[in-house]
Design a protein around this ligand. Structure first.
Ligand code: 5GP
Length: 190
């Protein structure tokens, strides 16, 4: 997606070899025009599929998931990272390793909002080693729902997530795939 790649090149910052900061349009300040184009692009790619729910993980996946869901006309369900009295007692749970925080955490989704009739599109901002996407997939499996695909805004193609998901037969749509990056230089996969 050229518009997204242009934004990454113009505004993305690579501080270390493996973390891309896109705080000015995706992860802190949010560029809604760009999010709309991203949402339309996901809808275009999945226009021949029946999708009943978009599943993401708090916090950074929620914005892109919500805007994307508008184009599908379906709800967004986000996995929660913290235990809370607000959440139903009956939950699906899985464990995710945070690439950015370097630790494991538990994610939870109420059983009330996901079941075997659902056809789920997982949406997230980044794909690195695939732990978040696989944790969400595990929740879809527990619900006996159908995983239609995984939509990612930015995949770091030099990490393992893309290969792991494809090896499991999961449909993966990444709107920008980075082949390599270092401070001052970002190269996309053609
Ligand atoms: P994974 O679980 O695939 O290893 O990592 C994906 C998750 O970690 C995403 O939900 C995203 O929030 C975060 N993440 C991974 N790599 C990056 C990165 O380079 N930049 C930012 N901003 N977030 C990242």
């Amino acid at each position: 997606m050229q518009l997204l790649k242009d934004a990454i090149l113009a505004k993305g910052r690579v501080d270390s070899e493996d973390i891309l900061k896109v705080d000015s349009f995706l992860n802190h300040q949010i560029d809604i025009q760009l999010m709309n184009e991203i949402g339309k692009e996901f809808k275009e790619r999945y226009k021949d599929e029946i999708v009943t729910k978009i599943l993401t993980i708090e916090a950074s996946g929620i914005a892109v998931a919500c805007i994307t869901a508008q184009y599908f006309g379906i709800p967004v369900l986000f996995a929660k990272k913290t235990e809370s009295k607000n959440l139903d007692a009956e939950t699906y749970e899985s464990r995710v390793f945070s690439f950015t925080k370097d630790k494991y955490y538990q994610i939870r989704v109420s059983k009330r909002y996901l079941n075997e009739t659902d056809r789920v599109l997982i949406i997230d901002d980044f794909l690195a080693n695939g732990s978040a996407a696989l944790g969400l997939k595990e929740i879809v499996v527990q619900a006996n729902a159908k995983l239609v695909g995984v939509g990612i805004v930015i995949e770091k193609g030099f990490q393992q997530g893309g290969k792991i998901l494809k090896d499991q037969g999961i449909r993966l749509d990444s709107l920008a795939v980075i082949e390599s990056m270092k401070p001052g230089s970002i190269v996309f996969k053609p």
